[in-house]
Design a protein around this ligand. Sequence first.
Ligand SMILES: CC(C)(COP(=O)(O)OP(=O)(O)OC[C@H]1O[C@@H](n2cnc3c(N)ncnc32)[C@H](O)[C@@H]1OP(=O)(O)O)[C@@H](O)C(=O)NCCC(=O)NCCS
Length: 166
Amino acid sequence: MNIRLEETADWTAVYTIYAAAFGQSAEADLVQRIHKDGDLILSLAAYDGSAGPVGHIVFSRLILNAAPGVKGAVLAPLAVVPSHQKHGIGSALVAEGLERLKQAGTDLVVVLGDPNFYGRFGFSPKLAKKLRTPYDGPYVQSLALSERGNEAHGPVSYARAFAELK
Ligand SMILES: CC(C)(COP(=O)(O)OP(=O)(O)OC[C@H]1O[C@@H](n2cnc3c(N)ncnc32)[C@H](O)[C@@H]1OP(=O)(O)O)[C@@H](O)C(=O)NCCC(=O)NCCS
């Protein structure tokens, strides 16, 4: 399994990954819109030899309105094709993405998802309680990648594409 920046030529395959994993096209459309709006920070694909991409992850910009010095990112969406799930690919995409963001100086990452999955990477609903997000509740979790990330608080703004998600 090889995780790397997605190749533009693979976009159709990436779209198919999201459609198959979620059983609908909303998340694939979200990815496309994040790209189009210029809000993408990082997207990675997992390649399974000659089979092409089988997993994909997107990080987009997050603005911390009360702490503009904090560099934030949203992890979403993430998907692995059903035939390749439960083989560690989703976890590898998250781990590689977080490592790259940390190297790039990102302070805080926010995710909406199951704490049983994201908790293994250190994401915490407790830390996210200091933020005010459009999705507040037990599934919002955050992870500090720096000391500054631990101090993040207040209202945050997601990329515009999320508001348009149906
Ligand atoms: C979630 C997803 C990306 C995980 O990818 P994956 O390659 O199957 O994950 P991994 O093999 O790295 O990890 C699997 C582990 O996570 C757990 N897990 C997977 N999806 C989970 C979920 N939605 N909630 C809780 N735990 C989950 C599995 O039970 C497994 O646990 P184990 O290691 O204790 O056996 C994949 O299942 C998927 O694409 N699902 C559909 C789309 C989706 O829900 N995306 C996430 C939106 S937040």
